[in-house]
Design a protein around this ligand. Structure first.
Ligand code: FES
Ligand SMILES: [Fe+2]
Length: 379
């Protein structure tokens, strides 16, 4: 059976691609402004609330009305261009959107202009001055936007790594139990590349490598090893079979379940421990035995990336005192902080040799795919 690993060393991207502004601007233009970008889970926004998202110099507002419908606009008034919402999230006070400058009012659902505050003008055509809409799509409760392109959302093509198991999870009905944000001082690609390999796992994530024994072998998948099928046949140990260490049920500090098991995929989770899907450039989603974690990556500049993690639980879990969601949340924060620290150290080393390229080893096949993707977009 074939293994995933690379058969020969592959040149990595030149180090300058991780800090020079000219590459960053191309990535914004050709990747972040044209791909489907994850905003948040639909239950992260309360009714009659908004959420803004900044991608470089574009600012978008996502609004949930009182009937839970979503609309997405550029955060710009059609009168003289004022920003309308100045916080990252908040409540919409009136049942309409009102610009803070001269108080033009807009329909919350379709952005059409309702009223100006000026003297009536016969030749003024109100229908031309609604808010500018942004292309968006909600897939299983996950809100995605596409800034430049009018193309249709297609989950078969937007996820580079997709696992059909997720189709058995009713993601849209999950509650958001916790949200965590962190700005990391590294290029956004550095964080993605770190996520895409486990060569660093034993020394950077000792606790996680104890929970997921395969990670002690510095592999993300049992199939990464050229002889994985022989090893699997001869070793019952989860280091070779995959899955969590014996007696563990989920990604938590002590491996104990901290929520109702996701029943529809229980068997799958027992043997695999975790399942990931990802869509470049903005999101990866992990499914664990009793919860789901979604991580969004948005660059804040060539050398800074903002991480936003959402933990989803079944509603009944959050209402059940016997579970302690912090056991799950804090464990993932520990792992993400470990990744953030080493990603910042990775970034610091790039400047000395800006024209050099690194090299990708057999286990780094996902990084090879990621870098191919980057090149195909910006060259
Ligand atoms: S800029 Fe918004 S009402 Fe004038
Ligand atoms: Fe890591």
């Amino acid at each position: 059976m074939k293994s995933n690993s690379l058969k020969k060393p592959v040149n990595s991207l030149p180090f300058s691609w991780y800090f020079e502004n000219k590459f960053f601007q191309k990535e914004i233009d050709k990747i972040f402004n044209t791909e489907w970008i994850y905003v948040c889970h639909i239950n992260s926004i309360n009714n009659n609330n908004y959420r803004t998202l900044s991608i470089n110099n574009k600012n978008i507002v996502v609004i949930k009305n009182k009937s839970q419908d979503i609309s997405v606009f550029y955060n710009t008034c059609s009168h003289r261009g004022s920003q309308i919402f100045d916080q990252t999230e908040g409540k919409i006070k009136a049942p309409v959107i009102i610009c803070p400058y001269h108080q033009w009012s807009y329909n919350i659902n379709d952005g059409s202009l309702i009223n100006t505050t000026s003297i009536n003008l016969d030749k003024f055509d109100k229908t031309k001055y609604g808010l500018e809409k942004v292309n968006f799509h909600i897939w299983k409760g996950l809100i995605f936007i596409n800034i430049k392109s009018k193309k249709k959302f297609n989950h078969q093509s937007i996820f580079q790594y997709y696992d059909k198991t997720i189709e058995q999870v009713d993601l849209e009905n999950y509650a958001v139990g916790h949200v965590w944000k962190k700005n990391v001082q590294c290029n956004w690609k550095i964080y993605w590349e770190n996520f895409s390999e486990c060569l660093h796992c034993p020394n950077i994530h000792p606790e996680l490598s104890d929970l997921v024994p395969l990670f002690k072998r510095r592999l993300t998948d049992i199939k990464d090893h050229p002889e994985w099928n022989i090893l699997k046949l001869n070793n019952l140990d989860p280091q070779y079979q995959g899955g969590l260490k014996e007696g563990s049920q989920t990604w938590s500090y002590d491996g104990s379940a901290q929520g109702h098991t996701i029943e529809s995929i229980q068997k799958e989770m027992e043997s695999r421990g975790q399942i990931y899907i990802s869509t470049w450039p903005s999101m990866f989603l992990g499914i664990y035995g009793d919860h789901i974690r979604i991580v969004r990556l948005i660059p804040k500049g060539p050398e800074e990336v903002e991480l936003t993690a959402e933990w989803l639980f079944e509603k009944k879990t959050l209402n059940d005192d016997k579970y302690n969601k912090n056991n799950v949340v804090d464990f993932a924060i520990l792992v993400m902080n470990q990744d953030a620290s080493i990603a910042e150290i990775n970034q610091k080393g790039l400047y000395n040799l800006k024209d050099n390229q690194g090299v990708l080893m057999p286990e780094e096949y996902i990084i090879r795919d990621f870098q191919k993707y980057i090149k195909s977009k910006i060259q």
